[in-house]
Design a protein around this ligand. Sequence first.
Ligand code: PRX
Length: 654
Amino acid sequence: MTTSMTSIDSLLHETRRFPPSPEFVANAVATPALAAAAAKDRLGFWAEQSRELLDWHTPFTQTLDWSDAPFARWFADGRLNVAYNCLDRHVLAGNGDRIAIHWEGEPGDSRSLSYAELTAEVKKAANALAALGVTKGDRIAVYLPVIPEAVIAMLAIARLGAIHSVVFGGFSADSLRARIDDAQAKLVITADGGWRKGKVFPLKDTVDAAVEGTSVEHVLVVRRGGNDIGWTQGRDLWWHDTVGTADPEHEAEAFDAENPLFILYTSGTTGKPKGILHSSGGYLTQVAYTHKNVFDLHPESDVFWCTADIGWITGHSYVVYGPLANGATQLLYEGTPDTPHPGRWWELIEKYRVSILYAAPTAIRSLMKLGREIPDRFDLSSIRVLGSVGEPINPEAWIWYHDVVGAGTAPIVDTWWQTETGAIMISPLPGITSLKPGSAQAAVPGIEIAVVDDDGAPVPKGSGGLLVITEPWPSMARGIWGDDERFVETYWSKFAEQGYYFAGDGARIDEDGDVWLLGRVDDVMNVSGHRLSTAEIESALVSHPMVAESAVVGAYDETTGQAVVAFVILRAEHAEQHTPDEASTALRGHVASAIGAIARPREIFIVAELPKTRSGKIMRRLLRDVAEGRPIGDTTTLADPAVMRLIEQMSKAK
Ligand code: PRX
């Protein structure tokens, strides 16, 4: 937590305030009445939101069943179809011609799908999947670029009551295989390749390497990259042959509110990724509610753009389910912000008249570094709300975002949440909150949080502590796939007595009661807004024959928030054969191919020893000091205090 602790000191000196303008307040979706209703009757409030925002095939009579805590059941006796709520009902309401998705490919090709067209595509895909034997409860892995078929696939799976497990396209074959195995997926939906940074990256080849000997019966392949691919007769099928020829009529069947909707894998403190499980009615309620109120959505006029990849929770909740449940028009973009030129994002905002932009601080910082001349060349006047997610946004980036992208007027909603929370939990409301750059401010109406000390007692205003969620919420995770015990242990054991959910983040409450996030308190890093576990990268490193032992830490990085820094002890025979530089290059590449490029260490220090306590636990705090170039902290609990001097010398020599 050292990095974030130091950064918070400067945040706390931030005194600028940005109240909403009277014009914004006059048309704001969320008004103070929302908070008043939630405060009066929290469960009644959620029931009302759910009835208002969703169409229930069978209305629910029960709001929350917490008798099997921490496994919640929301709206449990109601039945609905998630895809119907995102599609058919908008067409039936007369909005079939409204654009659901403006999609732009990285090379500049584009495609727009109205709600009627998207509904027809999803119905065809549902029929095609059903013909392949997909039924309620089956797990389907989705490994696709950001193309409309990714959204269509997810909704078709949901329409059948099956469960999707979307795996980010940057993950390696080993990571994909581990996720397929854990969920026992019977089908993989992929593409030949996708576009990234001006090149086609292969996806099908990775799938081929991942699926052999697994539960996978078929691989459904979208043609996107046009690259050559291998083909296994009988197992592999083209999307255009299968979905393209399917019947466009499909009636949505209703499923229980608690029918699982998806599994999404996230990093934990041990090497094994956790399959976070979400279900239908509660999840859809809260993503629709937050999307509408936090972003001040006016679906008839706004163009919403969430820049996240669909492989992360942000893409699930605010590319697919939230916007589509609300009948919004959105932009979907396949590529990176700087391809083929550094003004690509701004060009897209101008082209599609994007009015709400939701992005990660890491992207904002890297665009900020390029200078304001680039965005200044484009017409960004359509922007009226800005959002931030994934890590704390530092005041400097906040002010730049506000001034340069938001013309000094667009409110910024700094939204705190997690894969496990499913939807936004802490955020300003743009027509109500007086904004403080760098603070996520307050729980959204209907959510109850606290910042507590180790014993679960609330910390006084002005102090730091642990962020907990004190009451169940509709979009909360329903468990870890196949591992109930780990779910209880990871999130609910620290404050078992109080029944609090522990988020793993540190936070500080200021004098006004606003929340400032301080970063993760466990051994999980936040790189470019994505959680990576130190343990997972360490186990990738030691799987290389050169490595005897390794320790990984997250070190402060100007652009990515945190960067992966590894300390490695080589096996004796290799230490003689390779220079530290050679070893470091080989190992950085090895981690990228074992886990994915996002996990590639920024630096690897080859060392002779690692700092350990007498019980053998690696003291990462000290390694973080080295990685961040700080004086080494307290070494008194080390088994051998001399080790740190040695490591420091070796790192300086580098
Ligand atoms: O540490 C917090 C950070 O991201 C973690 C959740 O990561 P993940 O499940 O991958 O979801 C990311 C997108 C929701 C949190 O535990 N985090 C997320 N949003 C913020 C944040 N930290 C500070 N401020 C935020 N707005």
